[in-house]
Design a protein around this ligand. Structure first.
Ligand SMILES: [Mg+2]
Length: 246
């Protein structure tokens, strides 16, 4: 059995587990317009979406923190169009290469990983936000133990919620401080923990400073090398290979 030292794994969501590369605006907005018989407005939606993306730089940031504006700004509060958008979006977003295989392997090794993500919206029922909805749609939610966010922590088996994470953040590191407290109570120390993510300021530097092992995922966005990254991987197949040696 591998993974003698590792007892806990955290994985970032946006541009890590979830890869937005298959999301093409002309495709998605074109479909919605045709479905609703509103072809004339398709270019307007596409243009507004482009402006929104420019404002927030990345689709992930837009999606995780400012998605209300997709409804209010892009669709001008057209509820019906926005509902279809959410559905289409789920169908078109894809998992990073190797995610299902990695999750199956890790669970067999006795570790159920956790999603560590920024979420601006208040926690609703599982499946209500973009993140858990994606995990449900892709059929991978059963592999995860906790969904940990600045809005709280959810046990994905029992739906139990813990609000001591409220107001923390990944970037400031306070979310990881709370996490370390929880793990310590379970007898798990930082050097037995692996954090996987694409973004240095939120996924790599704060956990590394607290003693975690860090794997920088470069398959979607490659921020380049960083003294706080222990390993780099372009796919989850590579992450599995790295972890087999830990
Ligand atoms: Mg990310």
């Amino acid at each position: 059995m591998a993974l003698k030292r590792i007892k806990w794994v955290g994985i970032d969501f946006g541009q890590c587990i979830m890869s937005p590369s298959s999301l093409r605006n002309p495709h998605i907005f074109g479909d919605i317009g045709k479905l609703l018989g509103k072809q004339a407005i398709i270019p307007v939606w596409i243009d507004r979406m482009r402006r929104l993306k420019e404002k927030y730089q990345t689709y992930t940031l837009l999606k995780e923190k400012h998605r209300d504006e997709i409804e209010s700004f892009v669709f001008d509060n057209d509820r019906e169009a926005y509902e279809i958008f959410k559905q289409k979006e789920q169908e078109l977003l894809s998992m990073a290469p190797g995610v299902p295989e990695f999750l199956t392997w890790l669970n067999k090794e006795g570790i159920r990983p956790n999603i560590i993500s920024e979420l601006k919206k208040t926690l609703g029922p599982v499946g209500d936000d973009i993140i858990t909805s994606f995990l449900v749609t892709k059929g991978i939610i059963r592999h995860f133990k906790y969904f940990i966010t600045p809005q709280g922590k959810v046990n994905l088996d029992t739906d139990e919620r813990f609000y001591d994470y409220k107001g923390t953040s990944k970037e400031s590191g306070t979310l990881y401080d709370q996490l370390m407290k929880d793990l310590h109570e379970e007898g798990i120390e930082p050097e037995e923990c692996v954090m996987i993510g694409d973004k240095r300021i939120t996924d790599i530097i704060p956990p590394k400073r607290r003693g975690f092992i860090t794997i920088q995922y470069t398959g979607h966005v490659d921020e380049g090398s960083c003294e706080y990254s222990n390993y780099y991987a372009k796919t989850f197949f590579e992450i599995k290979e790295i972890m087999e040696k830990l």
